[in-house]
Design a protein around this ligand. Structure first.
Ligand SMILES: NC(=O)c1ccc[n+]([C@@H]2O[C@H](COP(=O)([O-])OP(=O)(O)OC[C@H]3O[C@@H](n4cnc5c(N)ncnc54)[C@H](OP(=O)(O)O)[C@@H]3O)[C@@H](O)[C@H]2O)c1
Length: 265
């Protein structure tokens, strides 16, 4: 049976870059994203690489949808690579954020990543060799005000992945986490990065570059993928700066973004 890579959040940004990177390597893909965001058109482009492409449009913040899509995958495909890429976040004052927004971040980043992995892990274990790549963020390495829930959810993904790596290390499933820094993947992300000044641009890479390095390192069995020297410096700073220096510093940089947004209204 032919093998597939499953990519969540595949219609744009980093997920789309992953799909094209895998297509160039002649790996068949199953694309998952929200409805009406161009997955069929993207599938047509990917088929030009002479690979098999399937897609499924759904909202992964809903538990029942996660069950339905993973049942569909298990019924139809042999999965040798799972990329949990779909994720959302943003910059908001916690006291002003509505509860639906907070819940969607938690459901997409935390619930869907862990439950999709759980639902597909036996499928992955049936393949001769298989990989799981979870997309966390540099934000996983420190809490920060005005983002609050997002870095906490990415810390979850980071720790979840490291634990699972250890648990599955004697199986055929290799588990890895990538921690991207800033990427100008969409209008919101681009505006946020520009407003954060120099801090926001430290470690900036294109999604295509991030996807290419991540897949290369995944297949080299790198279990914690860091991207470029800029992110290396950020990581080092977050390790050496004590929390009482780091937390107010990062929070101030993020607050600057909120203040600039207020000025442009
Ligand atoms: N951009 C950055 O600076 C940055 C930095 C570090 C880490 N990351 C992480 O990298 C990953 C990709 O980010 P990105 O910037 O490429 O994001 P993006 O451009 O917003 O793309 C996110 C993808 O996830 C899909 N998605 C969003 N909500 C979904 C839902 N409820 N159900 C199913 N699919 C959903 C989107 O589908 P639609 O197109 O249909 O909305 C899109 O395909 C995320 O996990 C993010 O946290 C990003």
């Amino acid at each position: 049976m032919i093998e597939y890579a499953v990519i969540t959040g595949a219609s744009s940004g980093l997920g789309k870059a992953f799909a094209f990177e895998l297509a160039k390597r002649k790996i068949n893909v199953v694309l998952i994203s929200l409805p009406h965001e161009g997955l069929p058109e993207m599938a047509t482009q990917l088929m030009k690489y002479s690979i098999e492409v399937a897609w499924y449009e759904t909202d992964l913040t809903v538990h029942e949808n996660v069950r339905l899509v993973t049942d569909w995958i298990n019924d139809h495909f042999s999965v040798s690579l799972l990329i949990n890429n779909a994720g959302m976040g943003g910059t908001k004052r916690f006291i002003e954020a509505d509860t639906d927004y907070i819940n969607r971040i938690i459901q997409l980043n935390v619930m869907s990543t862990s439950l999709i992995t759980r639902a597909l892990v036996h499928n992955l274990m049936r393949q001769p060799r298989a990989y799981i790549l979870n997309v966390a963020s540099m934000a996983a390495f420190s809490p920060m005000g005005f983002k609050t829930v997002y870095p906490a959810s990415k810390a979850f993904i980071h720790h979840f992945t490291r634990g699972l790596y250890q648990e599955l290390r004697d199986t055929n499933v290799f588990v890895s986490v990538v921690n991207p820094g800033p990427m100008k993947t969409n209008h919101d992300a681009t505006t946020r990065i520009n407003r954060q000044g120099l801090f926001g641009r430290l470690g900036l890479l294109s999604p295509e570059k991030v996807a290419a390095i991540s897949i290369r390192q995944l297949f080299k069995r790198d279990t914690m993928i860091m991207l470029g020297w800029g992110n290396g410096i950020s990581w080092l700073l977050m390790k050496v700066l004590p929390i009482w220096v780091r937390l107010p510093l990062l929070t101030k940089a993020i607050e600057r973004e909120i203040k600039m947004e207020r000025c442009t209204r």
